[in-house]
Design a protein around this ligand. Structure first.
Ligand code: DOR
Length: 429
C-alpha cells in the first residue's frame, strides 16, 4: 500500500520538528518526508492540510475488560474506541477475570489485540504484580515479561503489603519493567466514594482522604530508595501532596514517574454534588488546589504522562445509588479534546509538550521504542484537527460503554485518524 499524506504540520517532540511536510508511506514504512514530492498515480493521497501529524499516541492505562467482563468492553470495542480517539497503542490493566497473572492470559490479550481493528492498535498487557491481584504472592514475573507484559500492577487495588511491594520492586528491576502503583492506603479508603473534604461533608457521601494517596506514595518511594534499580510509576496521581513527593524523588535521581488523567486535570469534586455516578472514579476527583497542582506538575515535568484510566461500565451498573456504583469512566475518545482544550488552548502546555505526554513519555516509561519521523522507519502516527469544535456525545462513542461525565461538553481538537502497521484509519470514512 502506498500513501501520500499531503500538507500536514508534523509536530514531533523527539526530533523537535514542527513543519509542514508531505509524507510518503510504502507498505507501512516511511519512504520520504519532504515538501511537495512528485508522486505518481500509484499512491493514495490523503489531504492533511490544516491538520497536525504527531507520533502515534499511547494510552498507558486502560481497562479492556477481556477476559471476563465483555459486557462492559471487549478488546475489539476497546481498540475501536482507542483508534477513534487517536491512539495507536494501549496498555491494558490486569483486573480482568481471570487476572492477567499468567503467561496464557497475557498472550491471549496480545494476540487478540493483533486480530482486531486490522492490528492498527497495539495492545500491551500490564501484568498483575501478585497472583489474582490479591497482594499476597508474587505473580510469575519472569514468565509474564516473556509473554509481552510491559508493566506490573495490581491496578484497581494497591499493592498494600510493604514486604510484597519490596519484592515486586526487586524482581521487576531484573527485567527493567516498571511497577505501576494504584496508590491508596487501603485501611483509610475502605468504603469511601468521593474525595474527603468540604463536598463529602455536605453531601454525606463517605470520603477518600487525600492523605491515603500521599501515604502510599511516600512508603513506596522510601522502598524505591532501597531498591534504586527499580522503576516506580504512580498511576492516576490526583493529590498535590503526592505530586510533591514525586517531584522530590525525581530531584533525588530516583526512577520515579507519574501519570495524570484528563478528568483529574479538568474536574473538581464539586461536580459530585450532582450525584451523577459518572463523576465517581478512583482516585476520586479532588479539590481545585489539587487540579492546579496536577496542571503545574504536567508543566514542570513531575507528571510525565497523560493516561485515561478508560474504565468502561454499563448503564445498568452505573444507574444505581452513588455509593453502590462502580468506580470509573471511559476516556479514550475524549482524551485529545480535553488535553487540547484544557492544556494547550489555555497556553499551559505547548503542543509538542502535550504530545510528549501522550506518546513519547509513556512509550519511554513502558520501554517501547521511540517513534521516529525518519525515512526507513515504521510509519506510526496520529492525525489531529486542532481547530475542530465538537460536542461530546456518548452515543457516538465506539466504546461499548457510555459512562462519561463529559457528555455535552464542547471541546476543541479532535483525532481524525491514525496510521500504523501499514493500515490507515480515517474517522467517519
Ligand atoms: O475508577 C477506576 N476504575 N479506578 C480504578 O482504579 C479501577 C477502574 C476500573 O477497573 O473500573
Amino acid at each position: 500500500m502506498k500513501i501520500h499524506i499531503k500538507g500536514g504540520r508534523i509536530v514531533d517532540p523527539v526530533s523537535g520538528m514542527d513543519e509542514e511536510r508531505d509524507i510518503l508511506v510504502v507498505n507501512g514504512i516511511i519512504e520520504r518526508i519532504s515538501s511537495r514530492p512528485s508522486v505518481d498515480g500509484s499512491y493514495q493521497t490523503v489531504d492533511m492540510k490544516g491538520n497536525i501529524i504527531v507520533p502515534g499516541l499511547l494510552d498507558m492505562h486502560v481497562h479492556l475488560r477481556e477476559p471476563g467482563y465483555e459486557h462492559k468492553e471487549t478488546i475489539e470495542t476497546g481498540c475501536e474506541s482507542a483508534r477513534e480517539g487517536g491512539f495507536t497503542a494501549v496498555c491494558c490493566m490486569p483486573n480482568t477475570n481471570p487476572a492477567i497473572d499468567d503467561e496464557s492470559v497475557a498472550r491471549y490479550v496480545r494476540q487478540k489485540g493483533q486480530q482486531v481493528c486490522d492490528g492498527i492498535v497495539e495492545v500491551y498487557p500490564i501484568a498483575a504484580a501478585t497472583k489474582g491481584r490479591l497482594g499476597e504472592e508474587l505473580s510469575p514475573m519472569a514468565e509474564l515479561a516473556g509473554a509481552g507484559a510491559v508493566g506490573y500492577s495490581d491496578d484497581g487495588s494497591p499493592i498494600a503489603s510493604a514486604e510484597i511491594m519490596r519484592r515486586v520492586l526487586e524482581y521487576s528491576s531484573m527485567f527493567g519493567i516498571p511497577v505501576i502503583q494504584h496508590a491508596e492506603e487501603p485501611t483509610m479508603t475502605m468504603g469511601g466514594c468521593i474525595n474527603e473534604g468540604f463536598v463529602s461533608t455536605k453531601s454525606g457521601l463517605p470520603g477518600i482522604p487525600p492523605v491515603a494517596e500521599e501515604l502510599m506514595v511516600a512508603r513506596d518511594l522510601i522502598l524505591l530508595r532501597y531498591i534504586p534499580a527499580a522503576k516506580y510509576h504512580v498511576a492516576h496521581i490526583s493529590t498535590a501532596s503526592a505530586i510533591e513527593l514525586v517531584r522530590r524523588a525525581k530531584a533525588d535521581g530516583l526512577q520515579a514517574t507519574a501519570e495524570a488523567t484528563p478528568h483529574h486535570f479538568t474536574l473538581t469534586d464539586d461536580v459530585t454534588a450532582s450525584f451523577d455516578t459518572n463523576t465517581k472514579m478512583n482516585p476520586p476527583l479532588r479539590t481545585a488546589d489539587d487540579v492546579e497542582a496536577v496542571r503545574q506538575a504536567l508543566k514542570d515535568g513531575t507528571i510525565d504522562a497523560i493516561a485515561t484510566d478508560h474504565a468502561p461500565h454499563t448503564i445498568d451498573e452505573k444507574e444505581v445509588e452513588y455509593i453502590e456504583a462502580p468506580f470509573g469512566i471511559v476516556g479514550l475518545e475524549t482524551a485529545i479534546g480535553l488535553t487540547m482544550t484544557e492544556l494547550v488552548e489555555t497556553g499551559l502546555l505547548a503542543l509538542d509538550e502535550a504530545i510528549a505526554k501522550l506518546s513519547t513519555n509513556p512509550r519511554r516509561i513502558v520501554g517501547l521504542p521511540a517513534i521516529k519521523f525518519t525515512q526507513g522507519e515504521p510509519a506510526n502516527m496520529t492525525f489531529i484537527d486542532p481547530r475542530a469544535k465538537w460536542t461530546v456525545d456518548v452515543q457516538r462513542f465506539k466504546s461499548k460503554s457510555k459512562n462519561s461525565p463529559f457528555h455535552g461538553r464542547v471541546l476543541t481538537g479532535k483525532a481524525i485518524g491514525v496510521l500504523n502497521n501499514g493500515k490507515m484509519y480515517i474517522a467517519g470514512v
